[in-house]
Write a protein that binds this ligand. Sequence first.
Ligand code: URA
Length: 190
Amino acid sequence: MDKQAELDKLKQAILDNRVTPELAEQATNLVMGDGNIDASIVFIGEAPGKNEDEQGLPFVGAAGKFLNEMLASAGMDRSDVYITNIVKYRPPNNRDPLPEEKKAFWPYLLKQLQIIGPKVVVTLGRHSMEYFLPDMKISQIHGQAKRIQFGDEKIVIVPLYHPAAALYNGSMRQTLIDDFLNVPLIIKKL
Ligand code: URA
């Protein structure tokens, strides 16, 4: 089966297994991901917001615009990478995803990564970082490449601040921009 067919099957499994039914009930779309399914780099955010829920695509609102700008400054385009979230339905009123919602989606995120097979996973914010790098603090490790065992292979995780958190916070914004510019250098060294 090709990758797109496998991803379609994964989406159907989320629907069939009624993952987070309360979120599903209120959502317009199940937001699986966007970009290049053959990418060697995958970005993982937190959960869709209002715009993402309406359009069925991740990172298309203000945080997405900032993400696009940082991708461009690092010499990348959305079509070079794959972008998704740990939680794939919008939490009501943009509240933080609950621990049980992240837990419910985690096996599907792992499967999604197995299908795509990236070399590098960039987590955006602590919600998508915490399962890959448990017990670590984003303020202490942001921008650092961490090699972890992933199934039979090793992959590199780069934890970054979340673009929405950094958007209006001067010092965090600059830190995120600086960390982002370092990502292509991390990939080059692999
Ligand atoms: N914030 C996220 O974490 N994900 C999105 O898709 C949009 C905003």
